[in-house]
Structures are given as C-alpha cells and as structure tokens.
Design a protein around this ligand. Structure first.
Ligand SMILES: Nc1ncnc2c1ncn2[C@@H]1O[C@H](COP(=O)(O)OP(=O)(O)OP(=O)(O)O)[C@@H](O)[C@H]1O
Length: 302
C-alpha cells in the first residue's frame, strides 16, 4: 500500500485553552482534489495552518509528503502553494512586480512563468496596476497566480472562489481541474459553496466541532448516508394511487412524478415499466447533490 500524501492522526489544537480541533484524523492520496467541509468556525482554516506548519498542534501527528509540518515547514512550503483570505500580496506593487518578487523568493527559473500565469488568470491587461487597486476577485486571481508560480505539488485553498464573479469562478474551477489532470497537483480546499466544489472534488472530509465526522469519495459517502433516491420523472403516465411499482410516488407538477426509491439499482426496472405504457422524456435524481449529502451527514451526526 502506498503511503498517504497527507496523514493526520488524532490532532488536537486549542487557542488560549479553548479547544478548536478535538481529534481530526484523515488521509489524502496524492493527486486527489479534496474538499474539507464544515460549518463556520469548526476549524477548517486552523487545519490548513497546522498542515503548513504555521501553528503547532497540542497533540496528535501529521505528515505532508512524508514531512512533519512542525520540523519541515519550510520544505513543505517549497512544494506547496497556499491561497487564504489574507492573500499575502504587496498592495503598493503592481501585479507583475508581485509575481516577479515571489518568483525570486521561490527561486522560479522559468522566465515565462509570470506572463503565463497573468494570462491564465486573465490579468495581463492589469499587470502594471498596483495590486491594492484591484477588486476582491482580481486579488483572488492574483493570489492564485502567486500560489502557482513554483508549480507546487500541493495546493491549499481556503475559500478559493470568495469574491469572484461567475466568469472568475468558472475560470478558477477550470484551472484547478486542468492543473490536477495535467500535473497531478494535489488540491486541498475548503469552501462553503458546495455546488461549486462538487464539480472538482474527488474526495471529501466532513468535519464538525473540530472533529472529522466522515471522509471518503463521493460515492462512498453517498452509499453510507443517502437512505433514499428521489427520482423525478417527466412522463405522461399517471399513477392510480400513491404507489407505483411498489415505490411511493407523488405528482410534482404537470407531467412530473417524484419517486422515492431505496437505491439507484431500482431505476432501470422502474423506467422500463413506465416506458412499457407511456412516454418518458427525462429522469433526474434530485437529492444527490453535495448540499443534500452535507445536510444528511450533519443530521446523522447532530
Ligand atoms: N489565532 C487564534 N487565536 C484564537 N482563536 C482562534 C485563532 N485562530 C482561530 N481561532 C478560533 O478557532 C475557531 C476555528 O476557526 P477557523 O478559522 O479554523 O474556522 P473555519 O472552520 O475556517 O471557519 P470559517 O468557515 O468561518 O472560515 C474559531 O472560533 C476562531 O475564532
């Protein structure tokens, strides 16, 4: 078995005697895009800061790419990029000068990298303006460019789409997927905007009150927590009562029926039975989005 890229075992962290993390444990495989999810104040940013070696845990152990964040923080930062709320940009310096400055700091040899990233994040025409005059979204894109200068193997993103407009969100999400597919970059991100991150994440860590409550791939978590599949079928069929083919059904508007099924496996036979008598134009599972899953998991661990 290959060792996990990130390994966190029973980590506890308090601030001024107030516990914030109370036993975080999870692993992240190399090349994964992982979403750390949980309500405000549950300790997500604290977890990212611990993994970067910026702060020290009270107990428990962590390893990032085989290194200990406390002892090898500088080495971890050499192979990782981070984007947090504070962005860490020099506001008096232009976008291009910020990137040139950090290129030197990260010892980036590739002279075309700054231009390439300005282009990628749609900042070329603003390259010579001071970063302090940028909108929130532009600062966020510049912070992402900065984090990617040295082609990190690992990227930590705290609310990466905060302040971005719809074009910016699409651009950033597309760039993250490309980065992951092309370079195998491992991405560890936290966000509250679940419908955005579900388009990129392969794995999730759900946390609450400073603890991991569940980790795994989307389908692993779905299989464990989703008790029913809610299927909305667009059809001309009208059921005689409140059950059809043995499953509860109710009308959801013109030509729309909502079935409660025990699992996805029930779908083909159900659709075959309806199609034998009538037309079907569409069938959609309506309770399998990440938000439904998030609430289901939280309900079970309340
Ligand atoms: N340096 C610090 N000193 C004291 N308390 C802190 C410090 N850093 C974080 N905290 C507290 O730890 C708790 C967790 O904060 P953290 O920022 O990790 O949560 P979060 O899950 O990222 O929240 P959000 O979703 O709102 O971003 C909060 O109550 C916060 O006030």
């Amino acid at each position: 078995m290959t060792a996990a890229f990130i390994q966190v075992d029973d980590v506890h962290k308090s601030f001024d005697g107030r516990p914030v993390l109370n036993g975080m444990s999870f692993t992240v495989e190399e090349g994964a895009i992982v979403g750390l999810l949980g309500p405000n104040g549950c300790g997500k940013t604290t977890m990212i800061r611990l993994l970067n070696g910026v702060i020290e845990q009270n107990s428990g152990s962590m390893s990032v790419a085989g290194m200990n964040p406390l002892a090898d923080g500088d080495d971890i930062r050499r192979i990782s990029g981070i984007v947090t709320e504070g962005a860490g940009l020099y506001h008096d310096m232009s976008a291009v000068d910020n990137l040139k400055f950090f290129s030197k700091l990260y010892q980036v040899k590739d002279k075309s990298r700054v231009r390439e990233l300005l282009e990628l994040f749609d900042l070329t025409e603003h390259a010579n303006k001071p970063a302090g005059t940028f909108s929130t979204g532009m600062k966020k894109r510049l912070a992402l460019a900065k984090a990617l200068l040295h082609k990190p193997k690992l990227l930590f993103l705290d609310e990466p789409t905060n302040g971005l407009d719809p074009e910016g969100i699409r651009l950033v999400m597309k760039s993250l997927l490309e980065l992951n597919e092309r370079d195998g970059t491992t991405i560890f991100l936290c966000s509250h905007v679940l419908h955005q991150i579900e388009t990129v994440c392969s794995t999730y860590i759900f946390m609450d009150k400073g603890r991991t409550i569940v980790t795994g791939t989307r389908s692993m978590i779905e299989n464990r927590y989703m008790k029913s599949v809610e299927l909305v079928v667009e059809t001309g069929m009208l059921p005689a009562g409140d059950r059809y083919a043995g499953y509860p059904v109710r009308k959801e508007g013109l030509n729309r029926l909502r079935f409660s099924l025990p699992g996805k496996d029930a779908i083909p036979a159900l659709l075959r039975q309806i199609l034998a008598d009538n037309w079907v134009h569409s069938a959609e599972i309506v309770n399998r989005d990440l938000e439904s899953l998030y609430f289901e998991v939280r309900k079970e661990h309340a």
